[in-house]
Design a protein around this ligand. Sequence first.
Ligand SMILES: *Cc1c(COP(=O)(O)O)cnc(C)c1O
Length: 459
Amino acid sequence: MRYISTRGNTEPMAFQDAVLTGLAPDGGLLIPERLPDLGPELKQLRGKSFQETALAVLSHFIDDIPRDDLAELIERSYASFDAPDITPLEHLGEFSVLELFHGPTLAFKDIALQLLGNLFEYILKDRGQVLNILGATSGDTGSAAIAGVRGKDNIAIFVMYPKGRTSPLQEMQMVTVPDENVHCLAVEGSFDDCQAIMKQTFSDLDFKAEYHLGAVNSVNWARVLAQIVYYVYAALQLDQNGRKKVNFSVPTGNFGDIFAGYLALKMGVPIDKLVLATNQNDILSVFFNTGVYQRGNVHYTVSPSMDIQVASNFERFLYYRLDGNSEKLRAFMQEFAEHGAARIDQDGKPIDDNIIATSIDEATTVQTITDVYEQHQYLLDPHTAVGVAAAKHFGLTTPLVCLATAHPAKFPETVDKAVGAPLAHHHRLDALRDLPKRSTEIAADIGEIQAFLRAQAIQ
Ligand SMILES: *Cc1c(COP(=O)(O)O)cnc(C)c1O
């Protein structure tokens, strides 16, 4: 399988190159040149373990890693999860919750980033290369990236975060990691400062090449690929041997998670509706309801991992929606870049037959946590609650899977308040309190940060 750019101006490349490249050189996103049909093998896949399902799905997309090696990479990636079936389904009467938070940082991003870290290590070793990852986080995503590459050969990671502006828990999840290839930088500035330094450093192409800088951003194709697996795995547990199609509700920010579901659907997995659930940052729900894609201001909500202005994976959906017409896609993206808005003509029809979208306000999110706890004694995290509320809004019925993207203990303030008791705990987070911390305080100054990189980067 080869990978092409949504913008149509990049030579097709193999999987390993797609993983190392991240963003396509023409500014587009990488997608497989065709989508495999899983239809004929669904029968065989039913009843398989998560890891076996992963191997079957990934094999269609990866032909430059021997199958045995791939199986071993998958085994190792999910050995760090604390549930035997990796993504267990919890049945709550009228709906099921797919728990995607059993990885090392208790968030669904672990599913992709644990695999990505192992893929990086494997590919770099094969090629005799090194990689120094530079990232900026406002708090939540840094720890999953760190957990993905800690202790890996030939890789170092540098994560900048605004000092004193992440939650204490988020900071602890990053700075208590003891591995020497992990560097946490507490920047004396804002998240915007961190992002600006990151952007500037990456645009210094000589520096970038000399120090083998890379990123683990949300548009890496391997991340989307890893996420397809749990849609297949969950759908085949609930589709009653192919007699029913399964609905999924997906708390959405950058469109990576729900896009994986969209691909699973296109590949013949028995999926009916995909509910795109946003918080007040509703650029995507507005688009799917009106055809207008318009940049907004960031609203800070109780579901911070979905507080976005633009959705970085949206372009991949757009490519399929425009029937693979890269010229039309480039025009859309250019219009958006110039005016902060672009539209698709709907002719009165929905943007997509399967994706239905709505945004959920803060009060409804919190009330949903309260209600589900009262009815089922089950704690939802605020992101998951957005998805549950959206599914309820559309009155969807079983089989319905709401993706649980984080463990409630990651957001104890909101969850405890919603249920009126301090219930949001996880032993792994409690244990962090006693661990030694490692981080470097540094000025929001590109010179100082580049000097740090020069001194610490793997050569
Ligand atoms: C990243 C994240 C999301 C949003 O996923 P996207 O792929 O960006 O749409 C939802 N919930 C949690 C907890 C997350 O960390």
